[in-house]
Design a protein around this ligand. Sequence first.
Ligand code: NAI
Length: 400
Amino acid sequence: PWAAALMDGCFLRLLDYLALLPLPSSTQSTPTTFTMKVLAILYEGGEAARQEPRLLGTVQNKLGLESYLKSLGHELVDADTFVYLLHSKEGADSDFQKHIVDAEVLITTPFHPGYLTRELVEKAKNLKLCITAGVGSDHIDLNAAVDHRIQVLEVSGSNVVSVAEHVVMSILLLVRNYNPAHEMIERGDWQVSEIARNAFDLEGKVVGTIGAGRIGYRVLQRLKPFDCKELLYYDYASLPPAAAEAVNARRVEDLKDFVSQCDVVTVNCPLHEGTRGLVNAELLKHFKKGAWLVNTARGAICDKDAVAEALKSGQLNGYSGDVWNVQPAPKDHVWRTVKNPLGGGNGMVPHYSGTTLDAQKRYADGARKILQNYIEGKEQDAQNIIIGLGKYETTAYGQR
Ligand code: NAI
């Protein structure tokens, strides 16, 4: 089936049967033999991944897991004892759905997520651990994971600087009307007034983050030298006073009140029941007219059509980010092309802010460490645990 799938043009590559590894010490005291199936969903890296081995999050470079497994002394030789990297993930016939039924560990990146719904959790009778190679585990039905005592871990902090830098870049390119200016140059045109009529300074503006965790706080830190009029945050967890003071950020407790004060809103909270569709038509009415919105958190936090309408009408002057409600985004997704009334204001890119080469090294190392701890029965780093055995271990995925 392995060879046939490849010939079919299906990107079947990784799914691991780790044969002959000792059982984790917590479940078996004397080493014995067992087979553990590790299923990894990674993105197809094509020629770029063949040329660039640091593209670790791809099916080609396998998060560096292959060398880890070899370092354990396991020669991975054929379909029965090898790791298969799976790319195909949608629909009943996808490799993901076929292989999840007996996998013990699922590894996936948020950039090409295998969506583990409650229905799939119920079919995955052997599943014990989900590892997110990156940050953001909303592709897993976390409540179903709690109910089925499946642990969910992510590599906390691994790409938070990468995203914070992207947020600052996105804010600047919207406020300064950069994309239409560059497109004009490529077209061979030169009409400064067409661009300058909608270009502003970030200095003197009010910028607010929804979510002031690792990324949101780093955004505030990076914005401080821009001399914004004010930096605001909205989060049910307040920053420690010293941290808030260090960036001179003020907390606003009511979301409508918060957005009504911001020239720029940046979204930096996880996607969960409390944030799905949070930025919707009703909330957008409370934004300042002509505000800019940046969302690198998760696409589904913003209502797709409401955002598109707000941009078209000029209620928003710009929308930028790298996350989409479905990934890969369909070719006709409205966010690809929607513009403000002056023909600009769109800074959308594919989901890559947290997958710079620097970040890939960190989340690949982190994912391997989590797998290694699991295999060796060692304690996991507490900050990485989203769902422990039967309960949420983090307070970041909603107030319960
Ligand atoms: P974090 O856990 O350090 O911080 C999240 C913050 O959001 C917490 O302070 C939490 O209290 C707050 N929050 C949760 N629900 C909220 C709500 N309803 N309203 C306001 N605040 C709320 O997480 P971190 O590392 O800052 O990452 C945040 C999210 O960014 C991730 O969950 C992920 O979805 C996204 N992300 C995107 C990446 C990309 O490549 N575009 C890469 C990494 C993360």
